[in-house]
Unconditional design. Sequence first.
Length: 736
Amino acid sequence: MTERLEFTSQEREQTLTLYQRIREQIAPSLHEGDEEQMRNYLMNAIETHQVCRDVFGLNPILLGFQTAKIVVEEIGLKRDGVLAVLLRPSVESGQISVQEIESQFGTSVARILHGLQRIQELYQKNPVVESENFRNLLLSFAEDMRVILIMIADRVNLMRQIRDTDEEQHKREVSEEAAYLYAPLAHKLGLYKLKSELEDLSLKYLEHDAYYHIKGKLSETKKNRDAYIQRFIQPVEQRLQEAGLTFHIKGRTKSIHSIWQKMQKQKCPFEGVYDLFAIRIIIDTPQEKEKMQCWQAFAIVTSMYQPNPKRLRDWLSVPKSNGYESLHITVLGPEQKWVEVQIRTERMDEIAERGVAAHWRYKGVKSETGLDEWLSGIRTMLETSDGIEAMDQFKMDLYEDEVFVFTPKGDLFKFAKGATVLDFAYHIHSKIGNSCTGARINGKVVPLRQQLQSGDQVEIITSTNQKPKRDWLNIAKTSRAKSKIRLALKETQVKEGLFAKETLERRFKNRKIEMEDAILQILIRKLGFKEVSDFYRQIASGELDVNHVIDRYVEIQQGDQPVTGNNMAESAANFVLEDMHLPKEHLQEDVLVIDRNLKGIDYQLAKCCQPIYGDRVFGFVTVNGGIKIHREDCPNAPELKKRFGYRVVKAKWSGKGASQYGITLRIIGNDDIGIVNNLTNIISRDEKLVLRSINIDSHDGLFSGNLTIMIDDNTRLESLMKKLRTVKGVKQVSRI
């Protein structure tokens, strides 16, 4: 519960002291009337009680002055940054608008406050702030680089002030954000001092015992550590002075957070961390002599102490992307202890300590190239300038090609600009995308094609009746969504095709007609379909009558299919039945005797039952005069004999099977590893068998498939089927 703002005497004294100090530091950059207008707003906010204490009970006016001190002294901002920090409580309380700020204090101050205001709105969406995307969104919303710097300074100040608070839950939340959001940002910007302070304070509040354990150990060893540093430094100082270098040396103890991290990483106690400190040699020299004198100092140190070449870090020749320049080497010092030595100049040290702010004093900075480059390299960010005023002119244009949006739970996702609700739905899950009907964006219902904007909170609306549509490919913008839509459309097409195929097969079976694929393909073409899928789709939708399809199929099967016998094509009218010395009981009947030397007959083996030598068969005279040979147990036999009995001719085989016939076997079994190889091996071992094709489908642990084989006679076929049934996992082998 926030409370009305009443200044205590101590707060009033602190505020006045900070006011005087900050005014002295930024006085040259202030415009006429700035101080008076700002003071009026602050006094009005205090007197009208429009500003309240925060959740920690802290005074926001005093917090503003404390943060302003950090942005001036630690970062280097001037007039615009300080005014934005001090006027922020008045803007957030509604006492003054950003538009009024712009008219009274200028566009730059207003832009900073607008960025701070947008970030405040982001926090109200309860985002998952530890995500990398939130850091990117934070930067893109900031608009002005100074907004980020102020946010870092504000968090450092808050962490300093909440030491004794009783609000443990809020304290933990603030500390966690400092650790995984603001400290990494400070590190990327080269603000190492602020980064270390954020890490140490967050460790202090989140891991209280570990922090004070390490702090106690450092205190216990401080005296010995200082004495050792002095023993190491003394001879080095003498040699550097003899070389004519102007310098100073200091020892830097590793931060408590860094020590804790090393203990965690190496799984060792405090005593197991050996590099607790580093020696820093800082040379005072003109910029044109920097590299030469740094390498000179390096040569002196490594000539005195044995270096470890594996631990040489040359950020002098090639500076770090964030502008850090230094030479690092680890040497074996007195008492056989490894010591890290850092060699740099005054300019390099200022950049290392103050990061961004220090760059504006030196030439070489270039124009910005985008967020990733900006985060990884300060030198490619700013317009070339020698003055700190460069910051006041700088405006970031981040992520203009990307948007960041929230889920209702606060998760954050990144999309290309122009992405729609449908892209968001498919990013969450394919099932969500397939059933998406629209969304609620910031509480308002919108259609599928609604484009996303940075900061939107999106809740997808789904329906079990919804199915992907082809025009969705024009709505979706991301390749991920498009590929998932294509896959869903293909799966839908396959399901509809399977349904239609099953329907067709069932209707064929009801009419006791065997469905041959070759005849069906002819029928599909005759019906004007270029794609089989379109044929089945029209059956599934009811556009094509199944009965009509079957009637046309029968017409083609009985009359239109070409004869493809092995003999020379001749009319059946010229057929003369040969006397083959038939048994007495058959002398009075006309019987077609099928022999490999049979001539003068147009005949073919029916594809519906694929008869082979040895099968009981009969002949059927087709409408064009040819004869089809069917097995007596052909699925179509009853219908043919019933409807067209006058066309049926008795037939039998004569002699031995000297030709190979194509038959199809249906095999069903468990989908075990290697079962297909086992089946094909049996066939390949028999020289008189030829495997023409194999088609296997697997589903729910079972497989089913068709094997098309060239074989001599039914005796060999029976033998083959017995062998196939012995294969482990095979449940059923049948002839089609």
